[in-house]
Design a protein around this ligand. Structure first.
Ligand SMILES: Cc1ncc(COP(=O)(O)O)c(C=O)c1O
Length: 473
């Protein structure tokens, strides 16, 4: 078979169909809409089944821990009577050290069930270790494709650390430099090996996270007698927030505010060779969070099951210095040393806690493990080597790629709200580039995808030159 870039790309849909066992065409309809709920439910797992599979394989049932000292510190800078109780769901205690084990468990279970010999995932993060770990349990072969070097061959410490973890679990790691070849190589490997595509974005993966949302509600009720007011989710590709929110909705009727949190990396570009090693965070940042929210289907499957705009109530950013500071605070005040992604939400929660009353509850829905290259000291040493200016001051003065500013005082830790309405408008704008016509189903799809109403959607689409077919009202 022709293995040139263009030839492989043109076979993309067939490769996907046979490597993931889902015919995505079944869910497509009309001009832009697709049936998200049908795609999720056709996978055939109930929440109880997901939990059973995970519990038998070292995943889930992680403890929910109250951070009393961090809450007390947040209260010191809050109005009297304010400063919510902050809890963390200690997902670092999953096998492989992060909530990604929940995603990987369902992908590997499905691969084994369908008779695949192995699994492949294109990921530079925790998901690689999670897939490798679960593949080891199921006796599946595993290949992880990573983008880990700049063009000079300098690797990002956290990604290099991930390669070590994957290899320790017995996976083969294919390491690439920054550029467009990642997806090409991934497709080529799927075709050559006939392994299962353990994409982060299939319904299996996102369904695997629903158990996290369910557990955190149950744990919170067990420990405090009530549900939390707010759940903060570190957001990148959007699967984490989507799965958690869906699990919450399946477990309680109470309205719980779902907040997404990302590290502010404004101005740095993910696919840029120079910017690649100027970032101290490899996930949970705006470089993924915003583009994936505006176009969730930019992932490695035709339709992503991570659709955060459907569930998010508020989207905040925190700066790199704030997250590093909170990372040390968690160790120093609570005796829990954890990695960057969960601490992104914790930094946001520390700030948001001041908006809520003392008896209200915020849950940070995950922690992740830390070690070697993931550790904040390794990241800071690497940043210094890359010419980043590191100092104490006001985090507002931080310029991603040029400086990391630790808060001089804790009251300077302030999560910043992004404008969700304008993100929703950009989502619609992007959809409008794909069509010249819309019908009722498409309008309904836009309403559900943006979690808005007909008035909002109709008002927006009037800005575009699209023909409206048989639209009521
Ligand atoms: C530990 C951890 N938390 C959060 C995220 C963000 O998840 P998502 O990409 O589904 O938004 C990641 C993804 O890389 C992660 O590894």
């Amino acid at each position: 078979m022709n293995s040139s870039y263009d030839a492989v790309m043109s076979r993309k849909n067939e490769i996907m169909k046979s490597s993931v066992g889902i015919n995505y065409d079944l869910y497509e309809s009309d001009y832009i809409s697709f049936d998200f709920e049908a795609m999720m439910s056709d996978c055939g797992f109930s929440l109880d089944e997901v939990r059973k599979i995970q519990n038998e394989n070292g995943v889930g049932n992680t403890p929910l821990k109250e951070c009393k000292n961090i809450s007390a510190l947040a209260r010191k800078n809050a109005k009297p009577g304010y400063g919510a109780r902050i809890f963390i769901k200690d997902e670092a205690l999953n096998d492989s050290g992060s909530f990604k084990a929940r995603r990987a468990s369902m992908a590997c279970y499905q691969a084994k069930k369908l008779g695949f010999k192995g699994v492949i995932a294109a990921t530079s993060g925790n998901y690689g270790a999670a897939v490798a770990s679960q593949a080891a349990k199921y006796g599946l072969k595993c290949i992880i494709v990573q983008e880990c070097y700049d063009s000079l061959g300098v690797g990002q410490p956290e990604i290099i650390e991930k390669a070590r973890a994957c290899e320790a679990y017995g996976a083969e790691v294919v390491q690439l430099s920054v550029g467009p070849e990642l997806f090409y190589k991934f497709l080529l490997l799927l075709e050559e090996t006939k392994y299962f595509n353990a994409s982060l974005y299939t319904p299996y993966g996102v369904m695997g996270i629903e158990s996290l949302g369910a557990e955190l509600i149950e744990d919170c009720i067990k420990q405090t007698g009530k549900t939390p007011e707010m759940v903060v989710c570190t957001n990148a590709g959007g699967g984490n927030l989507t799965g958690t929110a869906r699990g919450i909705l399946k477990t309680t009727d109470k309205k719980i505010e779902i907040v997404g949190a990302s590290v502010n990396l404004k101005g740095l570009h993910m696919a840029n060779d120079i910017d690649f090693n100027k970032k101290s965070f490899t996930t949970g940042h705006t470089g993924f969070g915003l583009p994936f929210m505006i176009n969730p289907d930019r992932s490695d499957v035709p339709r992503s099951a991570g659709r955060p705009l459907r569930y998010i109530d508020r989207y905040v950013t925190v700066n790199q210095g704030e997250v590093f500071f909170i990372t040390e605070t968690l160790s120093a005040l609570e005796g829990i040393e954890r990695g960057p992604a969960g601490n992104t939400s914790l930094a946001a929660a520390f700030s948001l806690a001041r908006e809520l009353k003392e008896d209200q509850i915020i849950i940070v829905q995950e922690t992740e493990y830390t070690s070697a290259g993931k550790h904040h000291q390794a990241q800071l040493a690497f940043a210094r080597k890359n010419g980043i200016n590191i100092f104490f001051g006001n985090p507002e003065d931080e310029i991603p790629g040029q400086s990391i500013v630790f808060p001089k005082t804790v009251d300077l830790i302030r999560a910043k709200d992004l404008d969700l309405i304008s993100i929703k408008k950009k989502f619609i704008q992007f959809q409008m580039t794909k069509t010249k016509k819309l019908n009722n189903k498409d309008i309904q799809f836009l309403i559900e995808e943006t979690n808005t109403d007909k008035g909002f959607v109709m008002n927006e689409i009037r800005n575009y030159n699209v023909e409206l077919e048989e639209i009521d009202g």
